[in-house]
Design a protein around this ligand. Structure first.
Ligand code: SPQ
Length: 430
């Protein structure tokens, strides 16, 4: 396992930054570009390991995908041009690829085996396997299809009306994608609205979908046409630097061209609620997504309660919010976030263990954590547990620690943000 020494420099964060393309939208651009007929051109595609897995999966089904950095060209004949993959497909660390791909494969007359790395192999797949079986897909796998490796044989499906038992955009998306191969309308009724990039992107490809608050209905047998997609900057990546600027004294940072889709901006609401000095400008709409800029300055922060409908709007930001809370006056309580236990690591346990190790006062609860601030952090050893968001949280923590920090397994950051350390160096005042 490699280690990276993060020096305790404590220099302010200053300047302007654009972050790489949104991971969720990049995955979906490949999926819909492959399902559509004709050419799709994607700019600002996230060149991270997870999104490359989605490209590889569709290449394995015969789709022509050319990639030059963040520029991707997909030439597809649509699903009728797909071929049965000859080999099992390796999904690496990517939960989004696994679950959304299962939704597509449910409708294709192929036998496909999917597997992943240790982390992905331990993440639950039954949440998508159950509704896809209900629609008629033949699925088997470890522990009766609860976990990868999974084999699927798809085909013509029966449309269903489905209430997901968990708040998950991946489950919603898998069922909607399978719905394209159904025999009438497929409906997903969510208890809380989760990120809606699948719904937005389907429409960008000329598809039809009806969204009535948390009830989404998709007709079967649509003909989708290739298009151009300009991927907004990833607010989940931006969140690390927003928190850095909020907690490192004398900082001021502007992040440009970042996605501000309201299903993803819980981090902005949290920063505002804590008293951060933050200004958000919504500048333009592209393909159903909102793009704009965020400016933030360091300021005094207060502990808050975070729960309910806010959680799905910031689920991937909770590790960095936990660090933020260690620098806020008073107690921060995070509830209703049990889904964190099923991410790349058990993010309740890994956040708590890591921050405790760095000197924070934080304890785990079943569905969240309780953090007492304002604490000064010591530094020491920070284990990423192979989880990119924990790795980046440790790197931001090291900006305010008294001593150096050893980050264990920094490479995992390449999953979602390969240029993380160079972007960080660019905004650290020399
Ligand atoms: O793809 P993966 O590994 O599941 O990625 C994560 C992340 O932190 O990048 C979660 F671990 O993001 C998910 C997110 O938590 C991406 C996602 C999507 O693109 O639809 C939805 C969320 O997951 P879920 O389980 O709530 O649907």
């Amino acid at each position: 396992m490699t280690k990276k020494t993060l020096h305790a420099i404590q220099s302010p964060i200053e300047g302007n930054l654009t972050v790489p393309g949104d991971k969720s939208i990049s995955h979906r651009s490949i999926i819909f570009g492959s399902l559509s007929k004709g050419r799709t051109v994607v700019s600002n595609f996230l060149d991270g390991e997870d999104c490359l897995r989605t490209i590889d999966a569709f290449r394995a089904m015969g789709v022509s995908i050319q990639k030059n950095g963040a520029h991707v060209i997909i030439d597809s004949k649509g699903v009728n041009g797909f071929v049965e993959p000859k080999q099992p497909i390796d999904l690496g660390n990517s939960g989004t690829t696994a679950r959304l791909l299962l939704g597509v494969l449910a409708g294709l007359p192929f036998h496909v085996t999917l597997f992943g790395d240790d982390s992905l192999t331990n993440r639950p797949m039954d949440r998508v396997v159950r509704p896809l079986r209900q629609m008629g897909a033949k699925i088997d796998g470890r522990e009766n299809g609860k976990y990868l490796p999974i084999s699927i044989r798809g085909g013509a499906l029966e449309s269903i009306s489905f209430i997901p038992p968990v708040k998950s955009a991946q489950v919603k998306s898998a069922v909607l994608l399978a719905g394209l191969f159904g025999d009438s309308n497929t409906t997903v009724i969510e208890s809380t609205k989760t990120r809606d990039h699948t719904e937005n992107m389907l429409q960008a490809f000329g598809g039809e979908i009806n969204v009535d608050q948390t009830t989404i209905t998709i007709p079967a047998n649509q003909s989708l046409e290739g298009t151009t997609i300009d991927v907004p900057g990833d607010i989940s990546s931006a969140a690390f630097f927003l928190v850095a600027a909020a907690i490192v004294p004398n900082s001021k940072l502007t992040i440009n061209d970042v996605g501000l889709n309201h299903t993803r901006t819980g981090i902005i609401d949290v920063l505002k609620k804590m008293g951060a000095s933050i200004e958000v400008k919504e500048e333009r709409h592209i393909g159903g997504e909102i793009i704009g800029s965020i400016t933030i300055e360091s300021s005094k922060l207060n502990g808050i309660e975070i729960d309910g409908d806010l959680i799905p709007r910031m689920i991937d930001e909770i590790p960095i919010v936990a660090l933020l809370a260690t620098q806020a006056n008073g107690k921060t309580v995070i509830r209703d976030a049990e889904e964190l236990r099923y991410k790349e690591s058990d993010r309740i346990q890994s956040v708590v263990d890591t921050l405790q190790g760095l000197g924070a006062t934080i304890q785990a609860t079943e569905d969240g954590m309780i953090i007492d601030g304002d604490t000064s952090l010591s530094g020491g050893v920070g284990n990423s547990y192979g989880d990119h968001r924990i790795g980046m949280m440790i790197a931001i923590a090291s900006l305010i620690t008294k001593e150096d920090t050893q980050l264990i397994d920094p490479e995992c950051i390449n999953i979602s943000y390969p240029s993380f350390f160079s972007d960080l160096a660019n905004i650290q005042q020399k």
